[in-house]
Design a protein around this ligand. Structure first.
Ligand code: GAF
Length: 392
């Protein structure tokens, strides 16, 4: 059963009667363009088939209640608070993600009534696949629907505006200083495409991306090493980039042209140079990847993925031994390219693999983990899927 149908059924059990709507939003895999979003740069994500669904029904009072299906198969209920009572820290824990969205909408001037929400998520959590943004985007759309602002309504907010509201929830309520990549991917990706998104201009283009049509697959390797953007070195990397841009008197590192990189680096303190080198070369790799995909040259993006990983590992220093192992073992077994994805310090890697070689590559990655006595990784194919929408 789909996440949406399960959310609808659980809603009926929990609250009696039907939900008024069910919205869902997917997790994402970023093909390339990592740690470029908060530098005003370029990203190229796809949406996963894994979705988080939110069944909703407005309440006559002002209470905001959320129940989520846990991995233990039970519903976990957040303490019900009124929408007026929501403030960063109240509620905390997992409930901060849905509550933060209601708070951000309220802060943006929407008059929200109370609502009951039931959440069913199938995006693996802590795996760098953006489960928190899938949840936040689905909640945002469900709540906006209650005030006639969901996509499709007359004068509705644009997807870009919704993405910024979700970003505010994540940054100021949940306390994770993340950029715009994940919510934009979850909201705006379409099936069989990658989304080429220019964070500075807000412009995006759907790039046809269907690896299976050329005998390839994008394999996700979830290392099972959990990560968290509010606790990892993510914020510190972000501050380093902002400091470098300030010292260079630029709005953002996006403004360093690849051709000026060598001349620019000596003007910076030594510890900031690798950060800048990563961001500038990564933006360039996104542009080259888009060119290759537009020309249908899928295999050519392999080396770009691998170069991205080396840059994230050596310059940006956000990889982890398990991510390096996933990438190295996949490459040794015949992947055309591989890299860690997302914020790093754990989570997942991707590998571009010929369909025919996938069983061997999968076996090689699994035995590499086994030899090092690591938790078995979870492997699956990332099929470029649809973005968020209303299911029921
Ligand atoms: C995380 C963040 F949420 C994104 O905004 C982005 O910075 C990414 O890490 C790194 O590219 O997923």
């Amino acid at each position: 059963m789909s996440a949406a149908n399960r959310a609808a059924a659980l809603f009926a059990d929990e609250h009696g009667g039907a939900a008024s709507a069910v919205w869902s939003a997917p997790g994402r895999v970023n093909v390339i363009g990592e740690h470029t979003d908060y530098n005003d740069g370029f990203v190229l994500p796809i949406a996963l088939p894994h979705r988080t669904a939110v069944a909703i029904r407005p309440r006559p009072d002002r209470l905001f209640s959320v129940a989520t299906l846990g991995s233990d198969g039970r519903l976990h209920r957040s303490p019900a608070v009124t929408t007026e009572e929501l403030s960063p820290g109240n509620p905390s824990g997992w409930a901060a993600y849905p509550a933060g969205v209601a708070w951000a909408l309220r802060e943006a001037g929407f008059t929200l009534g109370g609502a009951d929400l039931v959440v069913v998520g199938e995006v693996p959590t802590g795996a760098g696949l953006s489960s928190s943004h899938a949840l936040e985007c689905a909640v945002a759309l469900a709540l906006l629907d209650t005030v006639h602002q969901a996509p499709g309504e007359p004068d509705a907010l644009s997807l870009g505006e919704i993405a910024r509201l979700v970003q505010r929830a994540e940054n100021d309520f949940a306390g994770a200083p993340t950029g715009l990549l994940d919510q934009t991917a979850s909201l705006a990706c379409t099936a069989a495409h990658a989304l080429f998104f220019d964070v500075r201009s807000g412009e995006s283009e759907q790039i046809p991306f269907d690896p299976r049509s050329v005998g390839l697959e994008l394999l996700v390797i979830d290392t099972r090493v959990k990560h968290s953007h509010s606790e990892s070195g993510y914020g510190q990397r972000r501050q380093g980039c902002e400091r470098a841009a300030d010292l260079l008197e630029l709005k953002a590192l996006r403004d360093v042209a690849i051709g000026d990189l060598a001349a620019t680096l000596p003007n910076l303190p030594e510890e900031l140079r690798p950060l800048v080198r990563h961001v500038v070369t990564e933006n360039d790799r996104v542009l080259t990847t888009v060119d290759e995909l537009r020309a249908g040259r899928y295999a050519e993006i392999g080396p770009l993925l691998t170069a991205s990983h080396a840059s994230l590992r050596d310059d940006y220093r956000v990889s982890a031994p398990e991510l390096d192992l996933a990438v190295d073992s996949a490459l040794e077994a015949g992947a055309l390219g591989a890299r860690m994805i997302g914020g790093g310090f754990g989570g997942s890697a991707i590998a571009l693999v010929p369909v025919a070689d996938r069983p061997d590559i999968e076996r090689a990655v699994r035995s590499a983990f086994e030899r090092q006595h690591l938790t078995a990784p979870r492997l699956f194919t990332a099929v470029p899927s649809a973005g968020a929408g209303r299911d029921l």
